[in-house]
Write a protein that binds this ligand. Structure first.
Ligand code: ZN
Length: 119
């Protein structure tokens, strides 16, 4: 069921809205210190496949550790719909929290564990 489609999504209160073109059928559940607590399910997409449609002013940035990833979240509702970083190949990358895609059926997705804690 791998299929690249354009999806919309956003945070809980609706301030932050995005559009993304991606195959979201294969996603990653990471066990690193922040993902474990947040419960995000990630799909990594090149930044050019992602567009922030609303809410740039509502985003706050959280960084920790090596400070390479921007864990953005909505200042109003606290939901982190996506993070920004740079891939190992050097490309601007969006880590999309698939839980924030509109009407996503989480039970239809294949979730792969990722041992981020070991990094
Ligand atoms: Zn919000």
């Amino acid at each position: 069921m791998a299929e690249t489609k354009t999806y919309t999504g956003g945070c809980h209160c609706g301030e932050v809205r995005f559009e993304v073109t991606a195959d979201i059928s294969n996603i990653v559940a990471c066990n690193c210190s922040i993902c474990q607590k947040r419960g995000a399910l990630w799909c990594f997409v090149p930044a050019e496949q992602f567009a922030l449609r609303a809410g740039a002013d509502s985003l706050a940035d959280y960084q920790f550790g090596r400070r390479t990833i921007h864990h953005l979240f909505c200042q109003h509702c606290g939901v982190g719909a996506f993070s920004r970083g740079v891939s190992s190949k050097g490309g601007e990358t969006i880590a999309l929290n698939v839980r924030c895609v509109d009407d996503v059926d989480l039970s239809a997705l294949r979730i792969t564990p990722f041992d981020g804690r070991a990094l």
